[in-house]
Design a protein around this ligand. Structure first.
Ligand code: AGV
Ligand code: CA
Length: 313
């Protein structure tokens, strides 16, 4: 069954690889793409998205919307710079300026308009902060009725966060920490949520073995793109550092269409929006239900990436 999907991402390496993979999935009908300069800068995040659609989108007629959102806590500049590097990849620049247009409206409005105009319900896939969905919900709460579900990379329920910044207690995930109030707004809405938090992404680190596996297949343009992307970021070698990369967004994207590679359970939960734990998602007996991914079939996941990426040429 074909699923209508609106993809909102924030321009990091794994967000852009996710866009590439989505474009290879037979059962996904992408109806829109929005880019938010959270773990990136907005201009290269938008531009790299346009070019990935041009080069790997099999002729898809899409627009890329630019977000005007500003976070409460900004990502480290060093991480955000990756978006400029991906945007400059030769494979994305062989044919000059992008042909996929930039949408007229800001990303939250583009999401609202495209979801409301869709015949079928829409799955919203978000691999960055929830700001644009929260803004759309505030402008038009009825958008919730048109959303099949939200699939989100963000949060964690085990209190082991990945934010190393002052004035926070280490329990939250970065996408939630960037705009904690937006997470609370979405949690308080009736939208069904499928959540990929850090407990599952920790099972799929970027390692040297994973990189080598892609390197061996670089004759496929799609695997060369993935290999180049993940060459920009540090793998898990001897021990985890603040910059160690996991396949956060790629796991989220792949499991959204191939749920057989993960195990999920329902967690009743809430979100803390203020103070040193702001952005923390936590279990709460009378909280709202979330379908939470807690386990990944590691090998099946990496096989699926290869299979999809080989279809791209
Ligand atoms: O918290 C994970 C989210 C994902 O959406 N991002 C990166 C993924 O796109 C933020 C992030 C956490 N740690 C990072 C991140 C790191 N070491 N480098 C870059 N981004
Ligand atoms: Ca991301």
């Amino acid at each position: 069954m074909v699923q209508n999907v609106y993809f909102s991402h924030d321009g990091a390496v794994d967000d852009l690889v996710s866009l590439f993979l989505l474009l290879q999935m037979d059962n996904v009908k992408l109806i829109g793409v929005g880019a938010i300069g959270a773990d990136s800068y907005t201009e290269p995040a938008v531009s790299a998205s346009q070019k990935i659609i041009d080069r790997f989108g099999h002729g898809a007629k899409l627009e890329v919307a630019q977000s005007d959102a500003r976070g409460v806590h900004t990502f480290p500049t060093e991480w955000r710079m990756d978006s400029f590097r991906v945007d400059a990849f030769p494979v994305l620049n062989e044919f000059g300026a992008p042909k996929t247009p930039v949408a007229k409206e800001p990303a939250w409005k583009d999401m609202l308009d495209k979801v409301m105009a869709s015949d079928e319900k829409v799955t919203i896939l978000m691999t960055g902060p929830l700001t644009d969905l929260a803004t759309a919900l505030k402008a038009e709460p009825k958008i919730a009725d048109k959303i099949e579900k939200l699939v989100w990379m963000g949060g964690t329920f085990d209190n082991r966060g990945n934010v190393a910044e002052p004035e926070q207690d280490g329990t939250m995930e970065w996408n939630a920490f960037w705009d904690p109030a937006a997470v609370k707004t979405v949690w308080d809405s009736p939208i069904a949520i499928n959540m990929v938090g850090l407990e599952s992404t920790r099972q799929v680190p970027l390692t040297v073995d994973v990189r080598n596996r892609w390197a061996k297949q670089r004759k496929y343009a799609g695997l060369d793109l993935i290999g180049n992307g993940y060459a920009l970021v540090p793998p898990l070698a001897h021990f985890e550092t603040n910059s160690t990369y996991y396949l956060w967004d790629v796991l989220t994207t792949v499991q959204s269409q191939y749920p057989e590679i993960v195990k999920t359970k329902t967690v009743n939960s809430d979100v803390i929006a203020d103070g040193p734990a702001q952005g923390r998602t936590y279990e709460k007996a009378d909280g709202r239900p979330v379908e939470m991914v807690y386990e990944v079939d590691h090998d099946a996941f990496f096989d699926k990436i290869d299979e999809l990426a080989r279809k791209a040429d």
